[in-house]
Design a protein around this ligand. Structure first.
Ligand SMILES: CC(C)(COP(=O)(O)OP(=O)(O)OC[C@H]1O[C@@H](n2cnc3c(N)ncnc32)[C@H](O)[C@@H]1OP(=O)(O)O)[C@@H](O)C(=O)NCCC(=O)NCCS
Length: 214
């Protein structure tokens, strides 16, 4: 049983790109339900749209990591970025092997107008949350999100949004005060969407959740 003192939370920076893409490949894309359902082959998290998005998250100054001190391994990541009314993030890189994944993600996000409230100009968008399976269920996922939210508040965000695909992360966001703004039942999709919901361990509802920060 690992001791809680064996772990350090820290702010991720662009120099962590290699380690972050490595843990996401091993611990996020192997278990995240939408990835399981869309079955991408040979995921390259350092390339294309996903690589560009991860770089933006590491540049944001709001993404947090969790390091296991005894092994020195990065065992948790909450990757997030800021969006502003003046500058919304349009993908500039191809989705490649994650085309079906992003097709679904973009479709779900379309259901929410992030800047609908006129006083909301800056939003903390939580993009990917992953914790090594050996260290799951100990509150690390929740703590990573809490630290990102604190950064969002510090940096003047009025709101935070997240696309939730997993029952465990749903619990984290709901308990922190995020509310469902839009949800999509993937079992209602036709076969042309390329999502095999039987592979998603019962996580077939994708929700966009939001919380006001000020
Ligand atoms: C989702 C994820 C980040 C959660 O990380 P975590 O460190 O285990 O989260 P926490 O310890 O803060 O637990 C959050 C909740 O999930 C529950 N939970 C976590 N793992 C669990 C498990 N294996 N079995 C049952 N419940 C579990 C916790 O008990 C907690 O619920 P509670 O508040 O009612 O006690 C992690 O499971 C993961 O990396 N999954 C794969 C990637 C993914 O799907 N990311 C989310 C996409 S939106």
């Amino acid at each position: 049983m690992a001791n809680v003192n064996d772990f350090d939370f820290f702010l991720l920076t662009p120099s962590d790109f290699g380690e972050v893409t490595e843990i996401l490949a091993k611990e996020y894309f192997t278990r995240e339900p939408l990835t399981l359902g869309t079955q991408p082959k040979n995921i390259q998290p350092a390339e294309g749209r996903i690589g560009a998005d991860i770089r933006k998250c590491l540049e944001s100054g709001a993404s947090m990591g969790l390091r296991h001190r005894p092994t020195g391994e990065l065992v948790g990541v909450s990757a997030c970025l800021f969006e502003s009314r003046a500058e919304t993030l349009t993908p500039t890189q191809p989705a490649n092997e994650l085309t079906l994944f992003y097709r679904m993600y973009d479709e779900v996000m379309k259901g929410v107008e992030v800047f609908e409230e006129k006083e909301v100009n800056k939003v903390l968008s939580i993009y990917m949350l992953g914790v090594h399976k050996d260290f799951g269920g100990r509150g690390f996922g929740r703590k990573l999100v809490e630290l990102c939210v604190a950064k969002g508040v510090e940096r003047g965000c009025q709101k935070s949004v997240v696309c939730v695909t997993n029952k465990f992360s749903y619990k984290i966001f709901a308990k922190l005060g995020y509310e469902v703004r839009h949800c999509f039942d993937l079992t209602s999709l036709g076969p042309d969407w390329g999502v095999d919901t039987s592979l998603m361990n019962g996580n077939t509802i994708v929700s966009v959740m939001a919380m006001r920060l000020s």
